[in-house]
Ligand binder design. Sequence first.
Ligand code: IMP
Ligand code: MG
Length: 176
Amino acid sequence: MANEVIGTVLITEDEIKAKAVELGEIITNDFAGEEVILVGILRGSVPWMAELMKRINLSMKIDFMACSSYGADTKSSGQVKIVKDLEFDISGKNVIIVEDIVDSGLTLKYLKGYMEARNVGSVRICTLLDKPSRRKVDIHVDYSGFKVDDKFIVGYGLDYDQKYRNLPYITYLEEE
Ligand code: IMP
Ligand code: MG
């Protein structure tokens, strides 16, 4: 995008906070009496993870992973490189992967497989946003905040060229 401009607000901060309360209650009920490890995928998940974790009333640890796709033109290859690995041993544990957005689904499909290979007890996915029109692989999203159209989304953790992560709402970019 040569000259990008920010579009209208799609989802406000208050709507995101209310969604964290709603999904936090569901997760609390689903795992009642158990311990969970929230695994945030850096960097986009950070604001959403911060909001969500406060609304889950369970014994909890948090960890982070960072991934990148191999090369620039391998979007559809499903090849994901782990840039920062887990610090906790997840074997036998309940993991909830926290993502900013599910697009093709390739990243999450890879991460789920990666965790299953480490004998995770259970692995579920909680995403702030879902762009179902762009899905390339079949992946079950357990907890989904908002569905978005096929636009380039920024804000509330989501970036374009590492910028706009700090916007306190969800919006999109357009060419000027
Ligand atoms: P997937 O593997 O195609 O599902 O890609 C997921 C990752 O791509 C997300 O975690 C985001 O980092 C990034 N991504 C996908 N769509 C967007 C978007 O509209 N805006 C910003 N980042 C996006
Ligand atoms: Mg991401």
